[in-house]
Design a protein around this ligand. Structure first.
Ligand SMILES: Cc1cc2nc3c(=O)[nH]c(=O)nc-3n(C[C@H](O)[C@H](O)[C@H](O)COP(=O)(O)O)c2cc1C
Length: 351
């Protein structure tokens, strides 16, 4: 592999999504072997204890690289979590040319287009054909599947579980601190940034922006919470957009073993790329699934509601663990506000 090919594979990798745009990836080449590691300085925060969010992002990054390399005629021999005593080492990928490999890889064309869209309302329909296409992409990764709430009762439960989890992100001081620390208010409401969440990507209505920005202070958030602000924010950030969108599905992983979470990230990415090819907009909602796993150290006062949330989610999609909801639909126009990426050189030493 020449340098340009290696760089192009890594660029495909870093186009992947990551929670809060943390981009928690490190790369190292030895010959044509590539090591993918989790970046210790960009992982392990409160919601990422046990690296669930980082493993999902690593899986998405891995899948992007595999898809892109395949379009160039390379296949990957994959060894995941090569060493038990090195929890940050996610995968070693051995690339080789395979004359049998069919380089026709339509998903490769969606790698740069895929992005998170937080606007609403979106139009439908999400046809059963479309659902089947997305299901098929998830199932290409062994053990992974999508769950689609069908009945009004299932839809209501899913919506409530998501709303409650999103509300908790504003109510719990621990989660509030984590959420607001990833928003780069310094860049203003109209610019992009290369790491973290640019305010422009959050789709906050202009009149609400000063209030939202003021809520980054714990004391202001606590005061507004007396007036029910967390519930209003849960309604606005989750309930309303989902009610006004035609599609909602949930990525379900078979177990919380890190290899299954990594595989979940791969499936998530395949589904998202397929949705992008079909012209769909996508917004993930991860709080309900992540908080339900019971790994996130929230304040004791929130543990009982969290246990209820966890059992409601478990009953909805059993067997397995529902990890990331995806809101889907057709936006009327392309979204202008996109998250940036750091320069490639910051992801490792490539000399
Ligand atoms: C594991 C994971 C969890 C995410 N959770 C959320 C979420 O709860 N809400 C949300 O709006 N976006 C969520 N995102 C989307 C990221 O914020 C987004 O991927 C990142 O900002 C980069 O932007 P891009 O997807 O447009 O490239 C999540 C992404 C991943 C991979």
């Amino acid at each position: 592999m020449n340098r340009q090919t290696k760089a192009a594979i890594l660029r495909a990798g870093i186009a992947a999504p990551s929670a809060d745009n943390s981009q928690p990836w490190r790369f190292a080449w030895s010959g044509d072997d590539l090591d993918l590691r989790i970046d210790a300085s960009r992982s392990g925060r409160v919601s990422d204890t046990r690296y669930v969010l980082s493993d999902l992002a690593a899986g998405a990054c891995l899948e992007n690289m595999i898809i892109y390399a395949r379009s160039l005629g390379y296949v990957a021999d994959l060894q995941t979590f090569p060493r038990d005593d090195d929890e940050l080492w996610v995968a070693r990928i051995r690339w080789h040319r395979d004359p049998e490999c069919d380089p026709h890889e339509p998903l490769a064309g969606a790698i740069e287009q895929r992005h998170t869209d937080r606007r609403f309302p979106w139009r439908g329909p999400i046809t059963t054909d479309m659902q089947a296409r997305l299901d098929a992409q998830a199932r290409l990764i062994p053990g992974q599947r999508l769950y689609w709430p069908q009945t009004p009762r299932e839809k209501k439960t899913a919506l409530n579980v998501i709303r409650q989890a999103e509300t908790l992100r504003f109510r719990s001081p621990t989660l509030h601190a984590e959420l607001f620390s990833s928003i780069r208010f310094a860049v203003g409401w109209h610019s992009a940034c290369e790491e973290g969440l640019a305010p422009a990507t959050l789709a906050v209505e202009p009149p609400m922006r000063p209030v939202f920005q003021a809520l980054r202070r714990p004391s202001v958030m606590a005061m507004f919470n007396w007036l029910g602000a967390a519930s209003v924010l849960g309604l606005r950030s989750a309930w309303l957009p989902i009610r006004l969108s035609p599609g909602l599905c949930l990525l379900v992983i078979p177990s919380t073993a890190r290899s299954d979470v990594l595989a979940g990230g791969r499936a998530l990415q395949r589904v998202w790329l397929e949705a992008t090819l079909a012209g769909l907009s996508v917004q993930p909602y991860a709080a309900a699934g992540i908080l339900s796993l019971g790994f996130v150290p929230v304040e004791p006062v929130f543990q009982r509601p969290l246990a209820r949330l966890s059992s409601a989610l478990g009953a909805l999609c059993a067997p397995g663990h529902g990890l990331v909801f995806l809101r889907l639909g057709h936006a009327g126009s392309a979204s202008r506000d996109r998250s940036g990426r750091r320069g490639l050189a910051s992801f490792g030493d490539f000399q």
